[in-house]
Every structure is written in C-alpha cells, then in structure tokens.
Write a protein that binds this ligand. Structure first.
Ligand code: GLC
Ligand code: CA
Length: 531
C-alpha cells in the first residue's frame, strides 16, 4: 500500500490560510507556522494552491514564472523549508501545476506579443486570424469558462485563445517546446522534494486544431461533458500524461492527481496504470442528499476505479465551489453557483447544512480510498455568500457582467482566533473581509470543545487511520429506506441517515463516533461509526 491509496490530503489555499507578516495575504511562512495544527488534525498530505510568481488575476492560476515563488507568498527558500518541515511532521506536499495556460506576464507571452504573426514565439500559444474581411470576428464562437469570448484580439489583428481570463493565454500543447518546458518544471519541483502534482485543468490541454465552432453554449464555471468537444477531454491528452507519468516514475513515491471535470465514463481513462494515480471524483461533490442516489454514485465510482486498478477519491469542497455546509443547507436542486447572487438567501438553513456536512464527512472518511479536505471545512465553515460587490476578486464577477458572483465566498481567510484584527489570520486586516460570525467558528473557539466540528474531524481522522485504511472493500448493509450502511474489512460499520426517520443502530455494536451524540438512536442528517 502506498501513502496515497488511503491518504487524507488537506487543501491549503495559501492566500487565505495564515499571514506571517501582517500584509493581509496568507503566505508560506504562515503555513509553516501551522504545520503543528495540521499534524494534530491528522492529515497525511497537503495540496498547496499555486504559489508561483503571478499577478494574481486568478488567485495564482495565472503563472508568470513556474520556477519562482510569488513574493507576496514568500521565497523559494521558504518553499524549500516548508517541504522539509512538512516532511519532518510526516506530511507530504503536493504542488499545484498549471500547464494549460500561463499568465499574460509570462516571458513567453510577452515575447509572443512582440513577435510577428506566425512566429515561433506565437506558436507556443493559440494565435489565429479572426473571421471577416478585417479579422474583426473571433476565430471561433468558443466561450471562456469565466464568461465572454475565449478569444482576445491584438492590435495587429491576431486573436489569442484563453479558456479562462484574458490574462491566462492557453498554451499550445502540440508545440514540443511547451511539452519539454513543462517537464523541466516538474523536475524542478520534484528535485526540491515535492511529493507530486495536482494538475490544473487536466481535461483542457489539447484543442481541436481545426478550430471548429461549437454548438453548445458554455455555462460559466462548468466544463461541458459533450463528446468530441473542441477543447475538453480530447484523446490527445493521454499521451502527454503518459510522458509525465514516466518522468514521475523515475522518482519514488510521487503522485499525479488530475483535476478533470469530465463525464463519469471518461474519467477512468485518466486513471489507467500508466497515467494519473488519482483524479478528483467530482460526482460525489455534485451529488444530491438522497440515499439511493448517493449509494448508486458510490457503487459506480468504486467500480469505475476498480476496473483500472486505481484508487477511489472523495471530495466535498474546494476553492472553486460553494462550501458544502452551505450547499447542503439549501433545498435540493438549488443552483448554488447562481444562488450566491440571485438568492433568495432566506432559503438557506445553516443548522441543517452543518448537521449534514458533519454527517457527510464521516460518511466520506469511512469509504475506501483517498480523501481531499478543503481548509476551513474542519471548522464547519459556511460560504461567505454576502461579500460586498466591491471586494470581489474572482475574475468571474467582471467577465460575467456581474451576473455571477464567483468563488471568493469560499476563499475568505481562516479564523484562527475569536478576536483580533483578522481573527488570528494575521496581525492586520485580511485581503477579504471576514464576517462577524467567523470568530465563533475559529480554531480557538472549537479547540478542545467536545462536540465541535474541529474535534469531530480530529476524532474521525484518528479513528480512520486506525480502522479504515487497511483494505479497499466496502460491503453494503441492509438498511431501512433513506439510510445507507456499509461495513469495512476491519468490521467497522458506517451508517448515514439521509432522509427517513430516526433509526435504531444495531445495539450489539460499540459506538466509535457519531456526528450527533444520541446513543444508539441515529437522527436524520447524522452519521455513526460502529464496531
Ligand atoms: C482550475 C482551478 C481554478 C482556476 C482554473 C483556471 O479549475 O481550480 O481555480 O480558476 O483552473 O486555472
Ligand atoms: Ca503575508
């Protein structure tokens, strides 16, 4: 068994985790100072969102130098120290790599801007003449994931492609120099001890080079799962991944994790033995609070990865989606991306959402495979859905013409303390304002508080490493309607009461942990582990 087969990976959104120098921006030294917290929590690894030199137009997913650290986050020496210190705590470090696009400030793009049409410099990106006599129409009707056209025009008439913001030009992966450079970048970080990469937009690298129009409209922040799409999930991606995998296999123990928002039946292709080790399983995140649906989704996820002998993964939240405590407190079928702006906001039941979030994480942590946690979920944090418009930073807000609020509400700096200028995040105000209720949800407030969500996570992670990581089996148990039960190889059982009524748990088993303390009576929206 490898460390990642059942690893608990904690996602650190570096900008919002901990600020060491009081400038309001989280940084590497802030993260270093909190490694003790992460080790007490019981995580096996951290995945750190991009920390490279960047104008931060898209929170660092716009990289201007892949071998340098953004000065606001620290220095290369800080990053090296972080990796060493994390390893000393027994924590692996997964780095976020952004190969689909660079920042427009990257030296390659700057060189392309200063070069002629059809130059070598422009061939590293997707530059095309436009349509119409004067090239005034974009080359295709493709839309950006953040809204608006995916093409921007230069003064000389050429257009360049950007699936995301206009400051994030897409690289041309048919260009050998692009491939070689990204491999060198991988070596750079592997040689510094990085334990692997989370590959950003893994399903977008390869484009249909005949640049056809596409009939389907792009929904903001959602990747289409249509087959034969001109830029999502194209077959040409897989040979690139195999090259990367060979490179990683020269080192011991490193992993590749795909961020691939693709159809469920396509995902296993990314997980073939010579490709990615893991891919986020977004089906679970996108699923609804319904026992039959959840059970079906889990069974098919387990089958899909078993077919390619890969590891199942589970995730409830990340820096791109509304926090799950909030999603689960909204009526079924609410479009939570749009709800942020459109509301109605009074339909949110925060207590219900938190109860479900606590149950959901216990359920997820009991499943075979690896788990990804997003910073702050261990505090039961809700989405900060009411950030004022003036502070919004996600490019989605502007690019959508103020019709989508974007992802800032899950990126608000972490409350470490009950009081203080940024609740222990740093010594001054944080880059995004923290709401009033954050102090009561802080680490300080929950630390050593029986029943707090933080203590639930700690207890669950400790029990998980003891009872729930030795095997890959889960046997479904007979359960009343609206309840899901399964047993792991160790004999530990997990029960989740999704709808239905209070359920009496088998009384001949010892209770290890529950998301609500009620003896053998398991109320709705709660979970229990039994032995
Ligand atoms: C991924 C990241 C997201 C970013 C986008 C463009 O989806 O998770 O935060 O905006 O890629 O790099
Ligand atoms: Ca700072």
């Amino acid at each position: 068994m490898q460390w990642w087969n059942a690893g608990v990976v904690y996602q650190v959104y570096i900008r919002s985790f901990a600020d060491s120098n009081g400038d309001g921006i989280g940084d590497i030294n802030g993260l270093r100072s909190r490694l003790g917290y992460l080790s007490d929590l019981g995580v096996d690894a951290i995945w750190v969102n991009p920390w490279y030199q960047s104008p931060l137009n898209d929170g660092g997913y716009d990289v201007s130098d892949y071998r340098a650290i953004e000065p606001r986050f620290g220095t290369l020496a800080d990053a090296e120290a972080l990796i060493t210190e994390a390893h000393a705590h027994g924590i692996k470090v997964v780095v976020d790599l952004v190969p689909n696009h660079t920042s427009s400030e990257h030296r390659w793009f700057q060189e392309a801007l200063g070069s002629t049409k059809e130059s070598v410099a422009r061939s590293r990106y997707h530059f095309r003449p436009g349509k119409g006599a004067d090239s005034e129409e974009p080359p295709t009707n493709w839309s950006s994931v953040f809204g608006g056209s995916a093409w921007t025009r230069l003064a000389d008439g050429d257009w360049y492609l950007h699936l995301f913001d206009s400051t994030q030009p897409d690289l041309n992966w048919e260009n050998q120099e692009v491939r070689t450079e990204m491999e060198q970048v991988m070596r750079f970080w592997l040689d510094r001890g990085a334990d692997g990469f989370r590959i950003d937009v893994a399903h977008g690298l390869v484009k249909d080079m005949s640049y056809p129009d596409h009939a389907e409209e792009q929904e903001i922040l959602i990747s289409s799962q249509a087959s034969d799409h001109p830029f999502w999930d194209r077959d040409g991606i897989h040979p690139i991944v195999r090259q990367w995998r060979q490179l990683l296999d020269e080192y011991d123990d490193r992993i590749l994790v795909a961020e691939a928002w693709v159809a469920a039946d396509s995902l296993p292709r990314y997980l073939r033995p010579d490709e990615y080790h893991q891919s986020f399983n977004f089906d679970f995140l996108s699923g609804s609070w319904d026992a039959a649906q959840m059970q079906q989704l889990i069974a098919s996820s387990l089958d899909a990865v078993a077919a390619v002998e890969a590891t199942p993964t589970w995730v409830l939240s990340n820096h791109d989606v509304v926090r799950h405590a909030t999603r689960l407190g909204l009526p079924q079928d609410t479009d939570w991306r749009r709800w942020l702006l459109d509301g109605p906001h009074q339909i949110l039941d925060t207590d219900l959402g938190l109860a479900r979030a606590r149950a959901a994480v216990m359920f997820m942590l009991a499943l075979p495979g690896s788990v990804y946690l997003y910073q702050g979920e261990e505090l039961g944090l809700h989405e900060v859905w009411d950030l004022p418009d003036e502070v919004l930073d996600d490019p989605v807000w502007e690019r959508s013409g103020h019709t989508m609020k974007g992802r800032d509400g899950c990126r608000v700096p972490i409350p470490w303390a009950v009081e203080g200028p940024s609740l222990g995040f740093g010594s001054g105000p944080a880059w995004l304002p923290q709401p009033e209720w954050f102090g009561a949800a802080s680490v300080e407030a929950q630390q050593a508080q029986p029943g707090s969500t933080l203590e639930l996570y700690r207890a669950a992670l400790a029990l998980r490493s003891k009872h729930l990581v030795g095997d890959a089996e889960a046997e479904w148990l007979d359960a009343p309607e609206g309840v899901i039960g399964f047993r792991r190889g160790s004999g530990v059982e997990c029960w989740l009461n999704v709808s239905g009524q209070t359920m009496t748990l088998p009384t001949d088993r010892e209770i290890l942990l529950t998301s609500t303390s009620v003896g053998h009576e398991l109320p709705v929206n709660s979970a229990a582990w039994l032995k």
